[in-house]
Design a protein around this ligand. Structure first.
Ligand code: XUL
Ligand code: CO
Length: 430
């Protein structure tokens, strides 16, 4: 035991609680559409924001003082101890990590690999003792200065090689810990200026890199999903994995659309000029929906503030799409969210997750009721009902269609889209 969280008791479900460390809406065992809420939501803690992030912003450095900050393996183990204590206090079923979150960075690939193996052995022992499972692992290919011009898309082949070797070790680590997914977020796979960038070449490099990652994952028997996490910009001016539609085109181009799915982050969707539900609905329609990073951005700041979710109507519309897509299989709800830099206390870390889990639980329950009552889907089906009799139209051709329209002489009557009525329906549930 560490003494980081002191004598804080495990968080329990109590709808009438008056303290701020109880779940009022998240009851893991409550059945929603025939499935336990815990199994629907599949919550995960993000190791980086919760345990590795020092609280900096562009104008100031570290605000958090955590006893495990430092670059020794002993401190990395302490960090893991605190992490597993927090998972237990919250009853979190999953966690996610980058390599650099769980082990200190060394100055060689060999030592990085050795440290990763050592710490994942340690984490594996903790998991075997009944701890949570690994939702996904990933490699941080964006923080170290070697990646400043990209990883897979770097003009220097040695950087491509270092990144590819690192992904191999992170796939090994994820596989060893029984990870259910492996994520690739192309943090610096983009450009700062077109003046020094060969777009075509960089895209090819990214395609080969992803193909190699998929091949290696299958070779070692990794059965989890490989996920790309779209984001339009930040840290680079433009990133190649801009949004779900762009990623799908990229996957098709390299023949990977059956191999790779997407991890969709709320804040990234907003940065791309979409709603979260748009990205989710499109991924489901294209057959590439995988998992979600659940956070929010501050709409005034306009950048990736990675805050814990606190908007029930937004999460309801998101989980509506998740449920319509059949729910998560390997995926889950990862809180890729960090505290504000003034939230210094250990209890802040717990309360942030408690509140976020309650918001998601409310969103899920509202989404399930909307789906079960069927008002939205009935209206949606009715809107397209005329196509049931006219499917053959899509197999026709322009000249035959023109003959038909000419012969029938019809002039279609516009029909209401009923948007306000549909919005009113949603508001009955949230
Ligand atoms: C960055 C981001 C990452 C990925 C994993 O915006 O979302 O934390 O989720 O690399
Ligand atoms: Co993310």
């Amino acid at each position: 035991m560490t003494d980081f969280f002191g004598d804080i008791a495990p968080v329990r479900f109590d709808p009438n609680a008056s303290d701020d460390l109880s779940y009022r809406h998240y009851d893991p065992d409550e059945m929603v559409m025939g499935k336990r809420m815990e199994d629907h939501l599949r919550f995960a803690v993000a190791w980086w924001h919760s345990f590795a992030w020092p609280g900096g912003d562009p104008f100031g450095g570290q605000t958090f003082e955590r006893p495990w900050f430092g670059d020794t393996m002993a401190l990395a183990r302490m960090k893991a101890d605190v992490a597993f204590e927090m998972f237990a206090l919250l009853g979190q079923p999953f966690f996610c990590f980058h390599d650099v979150d769980i082990r200190p960075e060394a100055d060689s690939f060999a030592e990085n690999t050795r440290r990763l193996e050592e710490i994942t052995d340690y984490i594996g022992q903790k998991m075997a003792a009944g701890g949570p499972q690994l939702l996904w692992g990933t490699a941080n290919l964006f923080s170290n200065r070697r990646y400043m011009a990209g990883a897979a898309t770097n003009p220097d082949p040695d950087v491509f090689a270092f990144a590819a070797a690192t992904v191999k070790t992170c796939l090994d680590a994820t596989h060893k810990l029984g990870g259910q997914n492996y994520v690739l977020w192309g943090g610096r796979e983009g450009y700062e200026t077109l003046l020094n960038t060969d777009l075509k070449r960089e895209r090819q490099q990214a395609g080969r890199f992803l193909s190699m990652a998929v091949d290696y994952a299958r070779k070692i028997g990794f059965e989890g999903a490989i996920l790309i996490e779209p984001k339009p910009q930040e840290p680079t001016k433009h990133q190649y994995d801009y949004d779900v539609a762009t990623v799908y085109g990229f996957l098709k181009d390299f023949g990977l659309e059956k191999e790779v799915r997407v991890n969709i982050e709320q804040g990234h969707a907003i940065l791309a000029g979409h709603s979260f539900e748009h990205e989710l609905a499109l991924a489901a329609a294209l057959g590439i929906f995988g998992s979600i990073d659940m956070n929010r951005n501050d709409y005034q700041s306009g950048w990736d503030t990675d805050q814990f979710p606190n908007n029930v109507p937004e999460t309801a519309l998101a989980y509506y799409e998740v449920l319509k897509a059949g729910g998560f299989t390997t995926g889950g709800t990862n809180f890729d969210s960090k505290l504000r830099r003034q939230s210094l206390d250990p209890v802040d870390l717990l309360a942030a997750h408690v509140g976020a889990m309650d918001v998601c639980a409310r969103g899920l329950k509202a989404a399930a009721r909307m789906l079960e009552d069927g008002a939205l889907e009935t209206a949606r089906r009715a809107r397209y009902a005329a196509w049931d009799q006219q499917r053959a139209l899509l197999d026709s051709d322009l000249a035959s269609i023109a003959d038909r329209v000419m012969a029938e002489g019809t002039n279609p009557a516009p029909v209401s889209g009923r948007q306000e009525r549909l919005e009113n329906i949603v508001n009955r549930y949230v």
